[in-house]
Design a protein around this ligand. Structure first.
Ligand SMILES: NC(=O)CC(=O)C(=O)O
Length: 279
């Protein structure tokens, strides 16, 4: 019997200081992923801007006249592929957000996710970052339709909060895509486990697309872009360098695993639940 397959491409790009160079690099990697047959192509968090608070405001763009979004929209249309445009600093009404946009094959924006959980951490002897000094947080979780299945979209630190993934899965997401940029402290400690555990909890595919390590940058992205199956297997995983993952995602596997191990059915919703508190 024919299986229900989609092909994904994760572009682990090395983000540099110059926005134009980042856009051209993104285009090159997207085109390569497209030529290798990917239907859904994913970029990392802050793919057009260094992941550094001192750049976010200056690099931020408004959706109405964003050169970056126009650029990606044109590529999606040219190659007729879905593109999940990692994230960019986005501004609206004097606030700056860390925002991911999804484009369909015609280049239309079909979803927008503003990072919900801001990365404010201080790991002694490791990494300190305070996104909230510059960025505002989003107040929505994000699920969108494609011709293959519903997809959940979140950004980096959002993956640490299991309620968010569960809400997306309750809304029907079969894949959770997370553009990200973990670092050399939290990456080795938690990256793989987080993608595995969210996949296992929810019996979905989890995909993490990271920036490649740039040793000249103030923030050293961990790389290690990853795809995990609903069984918790790592299907593919890069290391630190720039590169592309192309993989077939077998969507039939989700129902097969859920039938054999019916975790979502076995939940005691009379005892607990996750509540959608959006207005
Ligand atoms: N950069 C992030 O948003 C998240 C991260 O690096 C972590 O959770 O660790």
């Amino acid at each position: 019997m024919r299986r229900y397959i989609m092909k994904v491409g994760l572009c682990q790009m090395k983000v540099q200081e110059e926005k134009k160079k980042n856009l051209l690099k993104a285009k090159q990697l997207i085109n390569e992923a497209s030529e290798l047959g990917a239907d859904i192509i994913i970029l990392p968090e802050m793919f057009n801007c260094p992941y550094d608070n001192t750049f976010f405001e200056e690099y931020s763009e408004n959706e109405k006249n964003s050169k970056t979004l126009k650029f990606i929209s044109n590529i999606a249309q040219e190659i007729s592929k879905y593109i999940i445009a990692g994230s960019i600093p986005e501004n609206e009404d004097g606030k700056v957000y860390n925002t991911s946009y999804a484009f369909d094959r015609e280049g239309n924006i079909i979803a927008k996710h503003r990072k919900v959980h801001l990365f404010d951490i201080d790991v002694k002897g490791g990494v300190t970052f305070k996104e909230s000094d510059v960025l505002s947080r989003g107040n929505e979780y994000t699920v969108f339709e494609t011709e293959y299945c519903k997809i959940g979209l979140q950004i980096c630190y959002d993956i640490r909060f299991p309620e968010l993934s569960r809400l997306m899965v309750e809304e029907g997401a079969k894949l959770i895509i997370t553009p990200a940029s973990f670092n050399m402290t939290t990456g080795p400690a938690h990256w793989k486990d987080l993608f595995k555990v969210r996949a296992l909890d929810n019996q979905v595919y989890t995909l993490g697309c990271s920036g490649a390590l740039n040793k000249e940058a103030s923030y050293n992205s961990y790389g290690h872009s990853i795809i995990v199956s609903p069984w918790g297997d790592i299907i593919n995983n890069l290391e630190f360098e720039e590169g592309i993952i192309i993989e077939e995602i077998d969507l039939d596997k989700i129902n097969e695993i859920r039938e054999q191990l019916p975790l979502l059915k076995h939940r005691r919703l009379d005892l607990y639940g996750v509540v959608d508190k959006r207005d």
